[in-house]
Design a protein around this ligand. Structure first.
Ligand code: TTP
Ligand code: MG
Length: 400
């Protein structure tokens, strides 16, 4: 009888990725603290750290820290501006290696992926051997090290890959999941950010073990939807599948307002920021879509969607926003307060597989510009660009 393959997920995350590529390209940087990010300008620089090499980390330097602070902590480090196109080349090589093992590879970021290895593991004999082989092949191909976690679900696999960084390999077998999780601080759990941690901490919940002592009903009462998630994730219950690009049917984002909104400026700028999120995700996945949809839920909980299908495929913010805006205008007469607003794009195609149409040639420049914007966002954070564009939209809507 054929055995049903066990559920097994690998999470791969490159070590100090941007800094490691820099050290690889320039041997003089090896073994030294390297900080990739904004220009420190002798401590007066603005912007943030993209990443720090492992030699810089003992000084307390980490991603997203203001560069001026990094300079105070580690003035003798070597500071470099990011070279995103170089890192993308290495990223591509890494993903090619991963796709040798299985087509079920889900890119999470430039240096991070989930792989569904349930059907592949038997070829290597064990999860440990498979993990060793993944690391070995990445190294042979790129001379870069990765950390790998293998577990029955995504969230535990991700925690495991981080557990022995750098150059780590941690396998958590199905019968070891509970013990592995129990010892961890709650901050390691997926979805526990600063705010949730503060609330949990006030309740005396600092470890996963303590979190497990609370009943589902209580967590739901105290945290709503998040409570259900916390309950499950603390027990390693995580059925999320590895979604490859081909399986993505639509990309959408939505926002629920804390206070129901009637102000068209707020609604419009939210629509813009949602369009921006959707299009930037499409570009990240290398996808374009044809149907643009908006979703509105009013304060009385009635929910409406409107969509429009274009003659071409797009992943351009400007265009997605323009359509969303015109769909939104169909509701304006209703004059009701809005509880939730969402933007989505469906009928997707792979950018690479697309035939070049006249439209594509016209829009190549825009696509290039927006990719640059994505890179800037990666370098300097989301807020600067979003704010500039949102203000521009407000000014435009005022002019009308
Ligand atoms: P990470 O995998 O979070 O970090 P890392 O690879 O540098 O280090 P680690 O060994 O802990 O995994 O992110 C991958 C790259 O993405 C990182 O090298 C730089 C970039 N990045 C930023 O530019 N800004 C950020 O805030 C973060 C978190 C990452
Ligand atoms: Mg990494």
């Amino acid at each position: 009888m054929k055995k049903t393959p066990q559920r097994l997920i690998a999470h791969v995350d490159m070590d100090a990725f941007f800094a490691a590529v820099e050290q690889l390209r320039n041997p003089e940087l090896r073994g030294k603290p390297v900080i990739v990010g904004a220009d420190p300008q002798q401590g007066k620089g603005r912007g943030v750290v993209s990443t720090a090499s492992y030699e810089a980390r003992p000084y307390g330097v980490h991603s997203a820290m203001p560069i001026s602070q990094a300079y105070r902590l580690c003035p003798h480090a070597i500071y470099l501006r990011p070279n995103i196109s170089l890192y993308s080349q290495y990223s591509k090589q890494v993903f090619q290696v991963l796709e040798h093992f299985t087509p079920a590879v889900q890119a999470v970021s430039i240096d991070e992926a989930f792989m569904d290895v349930g059907g592949t593991v038997h070829i290597y004999g064990s999860a440990w051997k498979l993990g060793t082989e993944i690391k070995k092949q990445i190294y042979e191909e790129t001379q870069l090290t990765a950390s790998v976690g293998i577990a029955p679900g995504k969230s535990v696999a991700k925690i495991a890959s981080d557990f022995q960084k750098p150059d780590g390999l941690v396998v958590v077998n199905v019968n070891e999941v509970q013990q592995f999780l129990e010892a961890l601080p709650v901050t390691k759990l997926w979805g526990v950010g600063k705010k949730t941690f503060e609330t949990l901490s006030k309740l005396g919940i600092n470890t996963v073990k303590q979190l497990r002592e609370f009943r589902l009903e209580w967590l739901e009462q105290s945290f709503g939807k998040l409570g259900h998630h916390l309950y499950q994730i603390a027990r390693g219950i995580d059925d999320r599948e590895v979604t490859t690009r081909e399986e993505i049917k639509s990309v959408s984002h939505e926002t629920t307002f804390e206070i129901d909104q009637t102000d068209p400026e707020v609604l419009l700028s939210t629509l813009l920021s949602l369009s921006e999120k959707v299009s930037s995700r499409l570009r990240k996945y290398g996808l374009r879509g044809k149907t643009i949809q908006i979703k509105l839920r009013f304060s009385d909980f009635t929910t409406f969607t409107r969509n429009r299908t274009l003659f071409h495929y797009t992943n351009i913010t400007e265009e997605i926003f323009a359509i969303s805006q015109s769909l939104f205008q169909q509701f304006e007469e209703q004059d009701k307060s809005v509880r939730l607003i969402g933007v989505g794009v469906s009928q997707l195609v792979d950018e690479k597989g697309m035939q070049t149409s006249l439209w594509d040639i016209d829009n190549e420049r825009k696509v290039r510009l927006e990719k640059v914007a994505d890179q800037l966002r990666e370098k300097f954070g989301n807020s600067a660009l979003t704010r500039a564009q949102t203000l521009a939209a407000k000014r435009q809507s005022k002019k009308k």
